[in-house]
Write a new protein. Structure first.
Length: 291
C-alpha cells in the first residue's frame, strides 16, 4: 500500500504537471522538446494486466498533439520487480502516444537513487535507463520570491532537504516554502503544510516552532503578519478549515458549538479528529474530546 509520503510527492506533480519537465531539464540536464502544455494522462499502461502495469503518474507534453511522455515513479525503497515493469511502462506509453517517452524516478533516498540509476539489460545489445531525481538533485529554494513563483517546487525542496544535517538550511527552506503557501487556496495550502510538517527533521521542526519571527527578516509584509501569529496557530487554522468542510459534507450543517470547538482545538487533537472522521458514525463520535 502506498505510503503517505509516496502520495504527497505525487500530488505535487499532479497539481503542476510541468514540474516534471522543468526538473528533468534543470536538474538532470535532459533534452526535452519545446511544448505548450503539460497535462496528467491515464497511468494505466496495459489493458491486459492493469494491476501490474499501472504507473504512479503519467505526464504528457503537448503542442497540438502529445510530443513527449514522462512516466513518473515515486520510489522510496528498492524493488527488484521494477527491473521488469519500468521498461514496459515506457514501451506501452510510447505505443499509445506514438512519441518519445522517458521514465522519471523521484526518490528521497540517495541509496535508492543509485540503485534506480543502474542500466537494465533488456537483451541483445539493448539497455533501459531511467532518469533519477534524488534529494541532492532538487534545488535548495531559500528565496521567498522564487518559492512563491513555484510553490510545488518549494515544497519538494523542503521534502528533499528538510532532514539535512544543516538544520539552519533546512529551516530556511521550510520558511521559504511556508511563505509560498500564503496565497494558495485553503485546501492546497493545508495539504502542503502537512507535507512540510512531515518533511522536517525533529531538530528542524523544533527550531522552526521556537523561532522568534522578529529575528527573521521576511521580505513581505504579509509574511511578517502571518508569522507574527505563530506557526502552530497557522497550522491549526488551516487544518481546522479542512476538517470543518469534511464534517459538513458527511454530517450536514454543523451547530455553531461544534464549529467553535473545532476551531479552538490544538493541532494534535485536529490530527486525531481527522483519523476519527474516517470511521465515525456520528458528529459527536468524530469530535469526541473537542466538545
Amino acid at each position: 500500500m502506498p505510503s503517505r509520503l509516496h502520495e504527497d510527492l505525487l500530488r505535487l506533480f499532479q497539481n503542476r504537471p510541468a514540474l516534471a519537465a522543468e526538473l528533468a531539464r534543470e536538474a538532470l540536464h535532459a533534452n526535452l522538446p519545446p511544448f505548450s502544455e503539460a497535462r496528467v494522462d491515464s497511468s494505466n499502461l496495459n489493458d491486459i494486466r492493469p494491476a501490474e502495469y499501472r504507473a504512479d503518474l503519467v505526464v504528457l507534453l503537448l503542442t497540438d498533439r502529445p510530443i513527449h511522455g514522462i512516466v513518473i515513479e515515486v520510489q522510496l525503497a528498492r524493488d527488484e520487480e521494477k527491473e521488469y515493469v519500468w521498461p514496459a511502462y515506457v514501451c506501452n506509453l510510447r505505443n499509445r502516444i506514438r512519441s518519445p517517452v522517458c521514465l522519471l524516478v523521484i526518490t528521497v533516498d540517495e541509496n535508492v537513487a543509485r540503485w534506480a540509476r543502474r542500466p537494465i539489460e533488456i537483451g541483445g545489445d539493448s539497455q533501459f535507463k531511467a532518469w533519477v531525481l534524488s534529494p541532492s538533485g532538487v534545488p535548495e529554494i531559500v528565496d521567498e520570491q522564487t518559492a512563491k513563483q513555484d510553490p510545488e517546487l518549494a515544497v519538494l525542496s523542503a521534502v528533499a532537504h528538510g532532514r539535512d544535517a544543516d538544520t539552519e538550511k533546512a529551516v530556511q527552506i521550510a520558511l521559504a516554502a511556508e511563505v509560498a503557501l500564503l496565497n494558495l487556496d485553503a485546501e492546497r495550502s493545508t495539504l502542503y503544510r502537512d507535507i512540510l510538517s512531515e518533511a522536517l527533521s525533529e531538530a528542524a521542526r523544533r527550531a522552526l516552532q521556537s523561532m522568534n519571527p522578529a529575528k527573521y527578516e521576511y521580505r513581505s509584509e504579509f509574511a511578517k503578519r502571518y508569522y507574527g501569529q505563530g506557526l502552530e496557530k497557522g497550522l491549526a487554522e488551516g487544518r481546522a478549515e479542512v476538517i470543518l468542510k469534511l464534517l459538513t459534507l458527511r454530517f450536514g450543517e454543523l451547530p455553531e458549538g461544534a464549529r467553535a470547538a473545532v476551531k479552538a482545538a490544538p493541532v494534535e487533537e485536529l490530527d486525531r479528529m481527522s483519523e476519527r472522521l474516517l470511521t465515525a458514525g456520528s458528529l459527536e463520535e468524530a469530535l469526541v474530546k473537542a466538545i
